[in-house]
Design a protein around this ligand. Structure first.
Ligand code: FES
Length: 129
């Protein structure tokens, strides 16, 4: 069974192959709905789309094992790249393009390491240097 490691929460759980990251987080007792830089984490826990792929509050960074996840589907591509007016999930995507996934739409096929609550970083790491 694949292992999912939640880096920030220091939790590790084994899940059946084909489980999505959101359900793995629920099984591990991890709040996947972190809001923007932690703001809104409490309210997002209750106000979200419950896995339909349209709210974006469940965004995570897959730090290791991206090859052990399914390819981004239409909902993910539309969420991060297809909206004419950017929402907050789209703004979190900036700078995290290679690692950010919607946890509710990403199925696990092997071992992965996940960072919940990707940071909003509009100007990049080198903005002030
Ligand atoms: S729970 Fe809303 S997009 Fe994943």
């Amino acid at each position: 069974m694949p292992t999912v490691k939640f880096i920030n929460e220091k939790k590790e759980i084994e899940v059946p192959a084909g489980t999505d990251i959101r359900h793995a987080a629920l099984m591990a007792g991890v709040n996947i709905y972190q809001g923007i830089n932690g703001f809104g984490a409490t309210i997002n826990k209750f106000i979200n789309c419950h896995g339909l792929g349209c709210c974006g509050t469940c965004s995570v960074n897959v730090l290791k094992g991206m090859e052990n996840t399914t390819e981004p589907g239409m909902m993910e591509r539309m969420k991060y790249k297809g909206l004419p007016i950017p929402d907050l999930a789209c703004m979190q995507y900036i700078g995290n393009e290679a690692t950010m996934r919607l946890s509710c739409k990403t199925k696990i096929t092997g071992d992965i390491e996940v960072e919940t609550g990707p940071r909003l970083n509009l100007f990049g790491d080198n903005f002030f240097s």
